[in-house]
Design a binder for this molecule. Structure first.
Ligand code: ATP
Length: 367
């Protein structure tokens, strides 16, 4: 079991394509770290550099205190599970899982023991004699995970392992990989573009964009205290609502003014916001922090905004309202039985204690 450490790691592909830009990241022993970000942000390249499948342009990678920059992939004591499973089609599940062990000349009895133990953990004992084409996507993925487990590596690397599965199977495998981590007590680095996977699986998540690491923290910290507008918008579904506007001062109080909507800031953030008075900035609020006034018993009048609901989507447990202030559109998640009138004025209440503000130019979080 091991710690993995990246120090100023860069990857520049031919043509001066900067895929990874000075990434510093320490993954603790037994930690489940998720690298998450939009397509092309450099997360797979980072993982492949850790695995030794890609050269490092600059910086250092340590696995268990050992500098591995020049160590071949086979000597790094890691196992990787790929999106496309990468199973040998002509081999049975047993042969696929034992292949690496046979190459290492592990005694036959031990191979059988390890494969059976892994198959037991993954619930695939009955499938060991089948070839990949005789398995479902989820079963193939289990075999691919089993092949990694039998090697008893110091570190597991997962590259979008659930992307090829249907929605239901993704949720099932998500919990299985989570349970596997608890059971194996090993370091896992897991790459995904799916922020729900990141939120639900990671002890910590590392959010990347354009080769740069924007924030590393536990999922709730990232959700509640995003470091900048990109992280705020990327983590969370539906994404955080953003509106451009100004901070104005009236009767000694501070308000966010969007033109059509006008809401009072909570007193706690006054000090931090004073330097933004009369300046443009971005206001952010999550869809669950907006309420239909009809269902709020004592709504503070200065937090009420009048909007039109253009569409509503009942999804069973709640209803998504697609709203328009006249200047901005945004989404609210309200109670399952809320049925606003379409294209007519309705009043909402913003929970301003949950408001986020971002600098218009740097996009860094102000509060
Ligand atoms: P995805 O989720 O789509 O797999 P990613 O975040 O894993 O994306 P990478 O595959 O790491 O992104 O790619 C990062 C950047 O490097 C992209 O701009 C990509 O086009 C580029 N890139 C990746 N591999 C190569 C390569 N072999 N040669 C040139 N450019 C590459």
């Amino acid at each position: 079991m091991a710690q993995v450490s990246l120090r100023n790691v860069c990857k520049v592909f031919p043509g001066n394509i900067k895929a990874v830009d000075a990434v510093n990241l320490s993954i603790e022993n037994k930690e489940f770290m998720v690298l998450v970000g939009p397509s092309g942000c450099g997360k797979s390249t980072t993982l492949r550099m850790i695995a030794g499948l890609e050269d490092i342009s600059a910086g250092e990678i340590y696995i268990g205190n050992k500098l591995v920059n020049d160590l071949p992939a086979k000597d790094r004591d890691i196992a990787m599970v790929f999106q496309n499973y990468a199973l040998y089609p002509h081999m049975t599940a047993f042969e696929n899982m034992s292949f690496g062990l046979r190459l290492r000349r592990i005694p036959k009895a031990e191979i059988i023991q390890r494969v059976n133990d892994a198959a037991d953990i993954l619930g695939i004992k009955k499938l060991l004699n089948r070839k990949p084409k005789e398995l479902s996507g989820g079963e193939r993925q289990r075999v691919a995970v089993g092949r990694a487990i039998v090697r008893k590596p110091m570190v597991f690397l997962f590259d979008e392992p659930l992307s090829n599965l249907d929605a239901k199977m993704r949720v099932q495998m998500r919990t299985e990989i989570h349970k596997l981590h608890t059971r194996l007590q090993t370091t896992i680095i897991y790459v995904t573009h799916d922020q729900v996977e990141a939120m639900t699986m990671g002890d910590r998540i590392a959010v990347m964009k354009d080769g740069i690491l924007h924030q590393v923290a536990d999922p709730i910290q990232v959700y509640d205290h995003p470091k900048n507008k990109f992280v705020a918008g990327f983590i969370g579904s539906p994404p955080m609502n953003f509106m451009q506007g100004k901070i104005i001062k009236k009767d000694g109080r501070l308000y966010f003014d969007e033109g059509k909507i006008h809401v009072k800031l909570v007193d706690d953030i006054r000090q931090k916001m004073t330097s933004y008075i009369d300046r443009e900035l971005t206001f952010g609020i999550r869809s669950e922090d907006i309420y239909d006034k009809l269902f709020v018993s004592e709504a503070p009048p200065e937090n009420i905004v009048r909007v039109k609901c253009e569409v509503f989507e009942p999804i069973g447990s709640e209803v998504y309202l697609y709203l328009n202030t006249g200047k901005h559109t945004f989404i609210a998640r309200v109670g399952a039985h809320d049925r606003p009138k379409i294209n007519q004025d309705m009043d909402l209440v913003f929970d301003m204690s949950k408001a986020h503000f971002f600098d218009k130019d740097t996009e860094e979080t102000i509060v």
